[in-house]
Design a protein around this ligand. Structure first.
Ligand code: IPM
Ligand code: MN
Length: 352
């Protein structure tokens, strides 16, 4: 029997609760489809940091590097200053494992309410390919004369030709594989960020030449936000830099019903990828059995797709679609009509 080694980082807040449901569903689907998932749990989280002062060691990175994939619940602890865990654990894993694409599908399922009243599942179905290891997330820059009236703060956006090009190529490949509208939209800001997005634009149109079957499209990031709300049906695959991708995928998550259903993958096509619900650790809901586990379960589905277990992945997606169509009342925590565990059970029951 095929066996996959999976690192599980339940993380902080509601992360462990949604991860329990993810694993419940994954265990069932792996039984049905004849493969084994061998989990190793890792306590890279705020609790360990508060106890030991450790964020993420080289040894921790070596441990996850040997796995076939990583499942992550959520990072962010109310007693730890913002930035320490996010940068020290989440971003460090993305960077160290060179997970250069952050893949975030935006897909409305039947029965889920979107704030766009007149749009339905046929209109809201696109994917954001967010560059995941560069841009303003590199942490380069610094202060000058900090704390004085003359203070200067600089934060640089790093865009390498290699980093940008591999992300763009991934987007074109993905559009081909998706086989829907076969269009890639570059989301940028060429009218103001005339260095960074000049490089992006040149790389985009050069790579596009290799994909004559895929249409190209461009939108500034502000216009992208507008079109995502007005005409989401326009989009198929959107490729963009790290910060713009971060921002537009929160908007995308809301269009598809909310953080409770939005999943993402941090992909290194040649290495170890990591899958997570895109929302945070929601500390105020911790331990109450009210958080929606669907986003985390959908991240398990994305992991199986990446591992090549496409039938098992489709089985999870179909089960989610049935649960949201027939049973789950809202994607918001506490309003689902079911608890966290009961939602997991429901999806498990629907697996075929
Ligand atoms: C996300 C999150 C992270 C990001 C934070 C927690 C660092 O918002 O995955 O979208 O900005 O990438
Ligand atoms: Mn974000």
């Amino acid at each position: 029997m095929k066996k996959y080694k999976i690192a599980v980082i339940p993380g902080d807040g509601t992360g462990p609760e949604v991860m329990d449901e993810n694993i419940k569903v994954l265990n069932e689907v792996s039984k049905k489809y004849g493969f084994e998932l061998d989990y190793e749990f890792m306590d890279f989280d705020g609790t360990r940091y508060l106890k030991t002062g450790t964020v993420l060691t080289n040894d921790d990175i070596a441990r996850v590097s040997g796995k076939d994939a990583i499942l992550l619940g959520a990072i962010g602890h109310p007693d730890v200053k913002p930035g320490i865990l996010e940068k020290g654990i989440l971003l460090k894993l993305r960077f160290e494992l060179d997970q250069y694409v952050n893949l975030r599908p935006v897909k409305l399922y039947e029965g889920v309410e979107t704030p766009l009243k007149d749009k339905g599942p046929a209109d809201i179905d696109f994917v954001v390919v967010r560059e995941n290891t560069e841009g303003l997330y590199c942490g380069t820059g610094g202060f000058l004369k900090k704390g004085t009236p003359d203070e200067v703060a600089i934060q640089d956006s790093i865009n390498t030709r290699k980093g940008v090009e591999r992300c763009i190529r991934f987007a074109f490949e993905y559009a081909r594989k998706r086989n829907k509208k076969k269009m890639v939209t570059l989301c940028g800001k060429t009218n103001v960020l005339t260095y960074a997005f000049d490089l992006w634009e040149r790389a985009f149109y050069e790579v596009a030449k290799e994909y004559p079957d895929i249409k190209t499209d461009y939108a500034h990031v502000d216009a992208t936000c507008m079109w995502m709300v007005k005409n989401p049906e326009h989009f198929d695959v959107i490729v963009t830099d790290n910060l713009f991708g971060d921002i537009i995928t929160d908007l995308g998550a809301v269009l598809q019903g909310g953080m409770g259903i939005a999943a993402g993958g941090n992909i290194n096509p040649e290495g170890v990828s990591m899958f997570e619900p895109i929302g945070g650790s929601a500390p105020k809901y911790t331990g109450k059995n009210v958080i929606n586990p669907i986003a985390c379960i959908a991240s398990g589905q994305m992991m199986l797709e990446q591992l090549g277990e496409t039938q098992a992945a489709a089985s999870i997606e179909n089960a989610i679609m049935k649960a949201v169509k027939n049973d789950i009342k809202s994607m918001s925590a506490g309003k689902m009509g079911y608890g966290t565990r009961e939602t997991g059970d429901l999806i498990k029951e629907y697996l075929e």
